[in-house]
Design a protein around this ligand. Structure first.
Ligand SMILES: NC(=O)c1ccc[n+]([C@@H]2O[C@H](COP(=O)([O-])OP(=O)(O)OC[C@H]3O[C@@H](n4cnc5c(N)ncnc54)[C@H](O)[C@@H]3O)[C@@H](O)[C@H]2O)c1
Length: 330
């Protein structure tokens, strides 16, 4: 069996490959990644495995994607590749439309053409975000039937791709599945993202920026749990044509998250907590900043029995240890 993973050199895709390539020696994994600024093969710990192969390719290149598909003939496609940083989608939205919308379309078209004789055992799994649902007030949760209401170019591009993926199921019967996940944390996340930035700036005694008043709420899931949920979904035929919300039931404000990280950092490094908290600087809010995201994961729990293995404390400890090592803090 051959599994094609897109964007496997980025944050979540690399965690997925690092875990599932060694666990599945009879499955050949091919990682196609354009290695944008966000992806690096330094994230891949399983390069030497016989059942792993890397091809540098851009999903916006229709012909190249088709060629790779026909050569490799994957039975499953696990689609992580995306432009993923909301701030960048505000400054440079075009590449979000190109990669997230057109790139996904190219993959779907190739899959439809390649699999047209026989859809059995095939799967196109699309990794998406809870941001497609828009912003919640102080209460309530996103379920799979919450109407889409994306508000940033990033979430709008992901929402568009979700709709196109669903259309390929309803119109052509393509065996798809979609997961909409909350914020991930863990190793291999790009330095530009919030948790790595907080840790790096704290240990370097630099200002720690928080948007607005820090009250915006996000749900956080340890990246390995997200990867496990994806594996469950792609391995179970009942999930075809369906969407699953995945979250960690850890919805906390950005301010709470930052102070939590700083408290753990103070214990680990011996730096005075007050000195760390003094570094926090509230900066002008992100344009169109969604107030709150929170996930109701009942469907993935009841249909697939999926529950996260890591609680927030454990996941955060592992994550902070990883970045302290990465940023050379003894
Ligand atoms: N990080 C999160 O908290 C989170 C939460 C929910 C959903 N998601 C979704 O999960 C997926 C992976 O997110 P991530 O955080 O690992 O992102 P990332 O930015 O860390 O990695 C994206 C990867 O895709 C590659 N890529 C980008 N454009 C490409 C192109 N045109 N062709 C081929 N490869 C390309 C990059 O080189 C990179 O390796 C995305 O679809 C994202 O929308 C992320």
């Amino acid at each position: 069996m051959n599994y094609l993973v897109t964007g496997g050199s980025g944050f979540i895709g690399s965690n997925f490959l690092n875990k599932y390539v060694p666990l599945n020696p009879t499955i050949n994994f091919i990682n196609i990644d354009a290695l944008t600024y966000a992806g690096t093969n330094k994230n891949i710990e399983i390069q030497h495995f016989k059942n792993y192969q890397f091809i540098k390719a851009d999903i916006t290149n229709e012909n190249e994607i088709k060629k790779i598909m026909y050569e490799f003939k994957p039975t499953k496609i696990i689609h992580f590749a995306a432009e993923s940083h909301v701030d960048q989608s505000i400054s440079t939205p075009k590449k979000f439309i190109q990669t997230n919308v057109l790139g996904t379309f190219n993959l779907l078209e190739s899959a439809k053409e390649m699999w047209q004789e026989d859809y059995s055992e095939k799967r196109f799994h699309h990794i998406s975000t809870d941001e497609v649902y828009g912003s919640l007030e102080k209460s309530g949760y996103f379920t799979e039937s919450t109407p889409y209401h994306p508000r940033s170019p990033y979430s709008a591009s992901k929402a568009s791709s979700d709709h196109i993926v669903q259309a390929y199921y309803h119109t052509f019967g393509l065996p798809i599945s979609i997961s909409n996940c909350s914020n991930n944390y863990g190793k291999n996340q790009h330095d530009e993202k919030m948790i790595p930035t907080v840790i790096r700036n704290a240990v370097n005694r630099k200002k720690i920026p928080i948007y607005g008043d820090g009250k915006n709420v996000r749900d956080w899931l340890f990246v390995e749990d997200h990867c496990d949920a994806i594996w469950e979904i792609i391995s179970n035929p009942i999930t075809i044509g369906k969407t699953y919300n995945i979250g960690g039931k850890n919805d906390i404000s950005n301010w709470e998250l930052v102070t939590h990280i700083l408290t753990i950092l103070a214990k680990k490094t011996g730096i005075n907590i007050d000195n760390l908290v003094d570094l926090v600087t509230f900066v002008e809010d992100r344009k169109g900043h969604d107030f709150r995201y929170a996930i109701d994961p009942t469907k993935v729990e009841t249909e697939l029995g999926f529950l996260p293995k890591y609680n927030f404390e454990e996941g955060l400890e592992i994550t902070i240890d990883y970045y302290l090592k990465k940023y050379n803090v003894k």
